[in-house]
Design a protein around this ligand. Structure first.
Ligand SMILES: NC(=O)C1=CN([C@@H]2O[C@H](COP(=O)(O)OP(=O)(O)OC[C@H]3O[C@@H](n4cnc5c(N)ncnc54)[C@H](O)[C@@H]3O)[C@@H](O)[C@H]2O)C=CC1
Ligand SMILES: O=C(O)[C@@H]1CCC=N1
Length: 258
């Protein structure tokens, strides 16, 4: 269990609250070492966790400050975090911009996704200053409380991955909806279409947790039948390029900022 005090600005939001609850549940941190900023003063948290209305007080009492607010909310944030380590979960806000606005020299940028909710996020992260082994293990351990994590070489990786893993369930949700709507258009009753498409995305996702995707595809292609025809159509329509363009569009927003 860490002896560092962690303050989460935005700890009442989607990501921030899920992270806070996971840190407590996995006993990565004791409640008395967790501070959450809460402007309204109405949010409930586990006993022992302190809720502070004043962000500067939170920063002053923390060793590590996690920024889990939206980029546009960050523009309004006025804190002096000089001497503190800042961990930002924000998409499209560079370490340099965070340093400039907060005075913090040591900034980690991390990009979890909405699966923090079920503790199955993948979180790439990188630091703008070199960390010793203990410090790096600490950051890695923090994000492993909500799934898996990897240190990545630089911020360019974080920006690209913001649009890949950062989007979490968005791409599979899009696939599920497309399968459902196309099935309905082909005359399948809507509730059946919905269950069939969900089975593909959710059931298929579980299988992919245990199998190599290329091996699965090769096994199904070997029938030279239905699946092979469907996949060939996707190849002919340049499915990979379509996916690449989609992720690149998101990454461009992450690179230029919001
Ligand atoms: N939701 C997602 O799937 C992902 C979100 N992110 C990033 O995480 C950040 C947070 O996103 P969410 O948790 O989804 O947003 P959210 O809107 O659920 O949470 C933001 C929270 O911050 C609070 N807040 C805003 N300004 C504040 C201030 N000055 N002081 C104290 N609290 C303040 C809000 O009241 C809200 O509870 C964003 O920057 C986003 O880019 C990154 C990856 C995935
Ligand atoms: O779409 C966004 O801007 C946030 C960050 C990455 C995923 N969701």
């Amino acid at each position: 269990m860490t002896s560092k005090t962690v303050g989460i600005i935005g700890g009442t939001g989607w990501l921030g609250r899920a992270l806070a609850e996971a840190l407590l549940d996995s006993q990565f941190i004791a409640p008395q070492h967790l501070l959450i900023s809460n402007r309204s003063g109405v949010t409930a948290f586990e006993p022992g966790v302190r809720l502070l209305a004043d962000n500067q007080q939170l920063v002053d009492e923390s060793d590590i400050v996690v920024l889990s607010i939206r980029p546009e909310q960050f523009r309004e944030l006025r804190i002096n975090a000089r001497g503190r380590q800042v961990i930002s979960l924000m998409a499209g806000v560079s370490a340099a911009a965070i340093g400039l606005a907060t005075g913090a020299q040591a900034v980690v940028r991390a990009m979890p996704n909405a699966a923090v909710e079920i503790r199955q996020s993948f979180t790439p992260w990188c630091s703008n200053v070199s960390l010793d082994e203990q410090e790096a293990l600490w950051i890695q351990g923090l994000f492993e409380c909500v799934g898996s994590a990897d240190a990545v070489p630089d911020e360019a990786c974080v920006d690209y991955l913001s649009a890949l893993s950062g989007t979490g369930p968005a791409l599979p949700a899009m696939l599920q909806l497309a399968l459902t709507r196309q099935a309905v258009a082909a005359g399948i009753p809507p509730d059946i279409a919905q269950r069939a498409a969900q089975g593909v995305v959710v059931g298929g996702g579980h299988m992919l947790a245990r199998h190599d995707p290329q091996q699965l595809i090769d096994s199904l292609l070997a029938y030279r039948g239905v699946t092979a025809a469907a996949l060939q159509s996707m190849v002919d329509d340049e499915f990979e390029s379509l996916v690449g363009r989609a992720v690149e569009a998101g990454a461009q927003v992450a690179r230029r900022g919001m």
